[in-house]
Design a protein around this ligand. Structure first.
Ligand code: AMP
Ligand code: TRP
Length: 327
C-alpha cells in the first residue's frame, strides 16, 4: 500500500471550504493509502497565537477530523510536537537548504513585499521543518493546497540533494494538488476563496457555526441579476459556487443539478443548498459533541504517536549515521 502524509495547520476554525477541499478528501484517501495526518502545531507558532485560543483550535481540529470520519484505526493521527524526531531532522535538513531557496518561497516574499513587520525567523525557516515533517515518514504522496506546492517542491529538492551527498536515504514524494473544482468561494464575495481569514464572517461557514445561522449565510449569498441557473463560474460565480457546494455535499453531479433547477429562481437553489449545509453541520456537530463527551482526544493522539514515532525515529537514526554525527 502506498503511503500518504499531510499536515494540518489549525491557525483558526475549520470552514466548509476546508471540509470540501481537505477533510472529506482525507476520509476518502484513508481506505486507499497507508495514511498519516498530523496537526502542525509547531507551524502555528510562526505567527503569534493566543495560547488559550490555540489550545481550543487544536482540540477542535482533531475532533472535527474524527467527526468527519477520519478513523484512528486506519489513519495515524498525531501531534507534530509529540514526535521530536521531526524537529531534530528539521535542523539537519536546514543545513542542506540554502538561504537563497528560502528567499524564493512565495509565502515569504509576499509578506516581505507587503512590508509586513515583525516576521519571525521561525516563519522564515518553517519550510525546512515542513520538509522534515514529510521526509521523516518516507511517504509516496503529500496532498496539499496550491499554496503549499512550492514547499513540497523544496522538500523534493532537499531529498534529492541529501541522497546525492550521503547516499540513498529519502523517498522523493509527489505533491497531490486538489482539482480546481474543489475551490469553494466566499458567499459574500464569490470572486474570493472562502477562508477563515475572511474579513467578514458572512461569506464563510464555520463547521461549528450554529446550523440556523449557517442557513442564513447561504440564503443571503451574493448571486447576480441574470436570473437563470447555469454553471458558469466566470460570469455567474455565486451561482456556480452554490452548485459546487450542493454537489460536493449531496453527491449529485453539477450537470444533474443544473437540469433539476432549470427555470427555478435563485431562492429555490439557495434553500436546497441551505438544507444540505444544515444537514452536514447538524451531523458533524452531533458527532463532535459525542467525541468531546467521550474524552478520547488524548487516547487517539497517543495511539497515533505510537504508530508514527518508530518510522520517524528510524529515518532520523539513518540520517544521523549518514551525516556522521552518530559515533
Ligand atoms: P487553510 O485552512 O487555508 O490552511 O487550508 C487547508 C486546506 O483546506 C487546503 O490545503 C485546502 O485543500 C483546503 N481549503 C481551504 N480553503 C478552501 C476552499 N475555500 N475551498 C476548497 N478547499 C479549501
Ligand atoms: N505548512 C502547511 C500549511 O501551512 C501545513 C504543513 C506542515 C504540512 N507540515 C506539513 C502539510 C507537511 C503537508 C505536509 O498548511
Amino acid at each position: 500500500m502506498k503511503r500518504m502524509l499531510s499536515g494540518i495547520k489549525p491557525s483558526g476554525q475549520l470552514t466548509l471550504g476546508n471540509y470540501i477541499g481537505a477533510l472529506k478528501e482525507f476520509v476518502k484517501y484513508q481506505d486507499e493509502y497507508d495514511m498519516y495526518v498530523f496537526i502542525a502545531n509547531l507551524h502555528t507558532l510562526t505567527v503569534y497565537q493566543d495560547p488559550e485560543i490555540l489550545r481550543k483550535n487544536l482540540r477542535d481540529t482533531v475532533l472535527l477530523y474524527l467527526a468527519c470520519g477520519l478513523d484512528p484505526k486506519k489513519t495515524k493521527i498525531f501531534m507534530q510536537s509529540d514526535i521530536m524526531e521531526q524537529a531534530q531532522l528539521g535542523f539537519i535538513l536546514s543545513c542542506n537548504i540554502y538561504l537563497g531557496e528560502l528567499n524564493r518561497m512565495t509565502q515569504y516574499k509576499d509578506k516581505l513585499s507587503k512590508g509586513e513587520e515583525g516576521l519571525s525567523s521561525g516563519f522564515y525557516v518553517y519550510p525546512t521543518l515542513m520538509a522534515a515533517d514529510i521526509l521523516a515518514y518516507q511517504p509516496d504522496y503529500v496532498p496539499v493546497g496550491d499554496d503549499q506546492k512550492q514547499h513540497v517542491e523544496l522538500t523534493r529538492d532537499v531529498a534529492v540533494r541529501f541522497n546525492n551527498r550521503y547516499g540513498e536515504t529519502f523517498k522523493v514524494p509527489e505533491p497531490l494538488i486538489p482539482k480546481q473544482g474543489a475551490r469553494i468561494m466566499s458567499l459574500s464575495d464569490p470572486s474570493k476563496k472562502m477562508s477563515k481569514s475572511d474579513a467578514s464572517d458572512k461569506g464563510c461557514i464555520y463547521l461549528l457555526d450554529d446550523p440556523k445561522a449557517a442557513r442564513k449565510k447561504v440564503m443571503s449569498a451574493v448571486t447576480d441579476s441574470i436570473n437563470e441557473i447555469n454553471y458558469d463560474p466566470k460570469n455567474q460565480a455565486g451561482v456556480a459556487n452554490l452548485l459546487t457546494i450542493h454537489s460536493a455535499l449531496s453527491g449529485v453531479s453539477i450537470d444533474v443539478l443544473v437540469e433539476q433547477f432549470k427555470g427555478q429562481g435563485y431562492g429555490t437553489l439557495k434553500k436546497a443548498v441551505a438544507d444540505e449545509v444544515e444537514k452536514l453541520l447538524i451531523q458533524l456537530q452531533t458527532s463532535y459533541k459525542e467525541l468531546l463527551d467521550q474524552n478520547i482526544l488524548k487516547e487517539v493522539l497517543a495511539q497515533g504517536k505510537a504508530s508514527a514515532q518508530g518510522i520517524a525515529h528510524a529515518t532520523l537514526v539513518e540520517v544521523q549515521t549518514k551525516v556522521g554525527i552518530e559515533i
